[in-house]
Write a protein of this length. Structure first.
Length: 255
């Protein structure tokens, strides 16, 4: 993961102050310059994501926001920085990305809404972790999470995908990510050998390999109550088990 962080630091450093004067006579100069500017803030988003993931796994970690070489031993062997310091830097990177990235909803590219979503998630995780581990300073993180979530909800324009009679199933079976619901997706390609096998575990794939009963039990009843609160649910046969359930269940497994 530090390889990814190093790449982000290189991109941010190398693009500083560049105006690409040799391209000024091109008709699309402004668009190209804007794209190069976006690379810096996309890199800040990715650096924030990498460090957030590291804090989740390890807590305190060494933080680098500069290009370092193999001979920079003092930096390479420096002690870990506190999780509070690292998460402060994560929030700073995300704030930069939120303020500078475009608002266009592009499910395969990082944009303002992607950065807001990550800030909401990262601040929520860190705030609750600090609260329940008695680390202090948790209120501000939760306030930042709430503010980012509210802006994303009110201004992002996202909604549930509702096209067709089985939208929940179709959402995961589509070849492309619908921008109205997907904030950031991964583009799969047989040509590039970027594949997945998630459909092998659903009604669209191989039924010999499927979800566990515990997973199915998590689907609510159609009225919103919990299936596992029903008396005797452990002894229900299959038909009774899937009757009256959240309609998304029948779009996930064969019922």
């Amino acid at each position: 993961m530090y390889k990814g962080i190093s790449t982000c630091n290189h991109v941010i450093y190398e693009l500083q102050g560049l105006s690409f004067d040799e391209l000024k006579l091109n008709n699309d100069y402004a668009a190209q310059l804007h794209r190069y500017e976006n690379y810096k803030y996309e890199s800040r988003f990715m650096r924030a994501y990498f460090y957030f993931t590291k804090v989740q796994r390890y807590g305190d970690v060494p933080y680098y926001d500069e290009v370092i070489g193999s001979k920079d031993e003092e930096l390479l062997y420096k002690p870990r920085d506190s999780r509070k310091y690292v998460m402060q830097k994560v929030m700073e990177d995300l704030d930069q990305a939120i303020s500078m990235l475009p608002e266009t909803k592009t499910p395969y590219e990082v944009n303002k809404w992607t950065a807001l979503a990550l800030k909401s998630r990262a601040a929520l995780f860190e705030g609750t972790f600090r609260k329940y581990h008695n680390l202090g300073d948790w209120e501000e993180m939760l306030k930042q999470s709430a503010a980012a979530s509210l802006e994303l909800i009110q201004k992002g324009g996202f909604s549930l995908y509702k096209t067709g009679s089985t939208p929940y199933r179709d959402l995961f079976a589509r070849l492309d990510a619908p921008a109205e619901e997907i904030i950031l997706g991964r583009r799969y390609s047989t040509e590039l050998s970027i594949l997945h096998n998630s459909q092998c575990n659903s009604m669209t794939g191989n039924q010999r390999v499927s979800f566990t009963k515990r997973f199915v039990d998590h689907y609510l009843m159609a009225d919103g109550s919990r299936y596992t609160d029903k008396p005797g649910h452990e002894k229900n046969e299959f038909v009774a088990e899937v009757t009256g359930r959240d309609p998304r269940l029948s779009q996930t497994i064969l019922t």
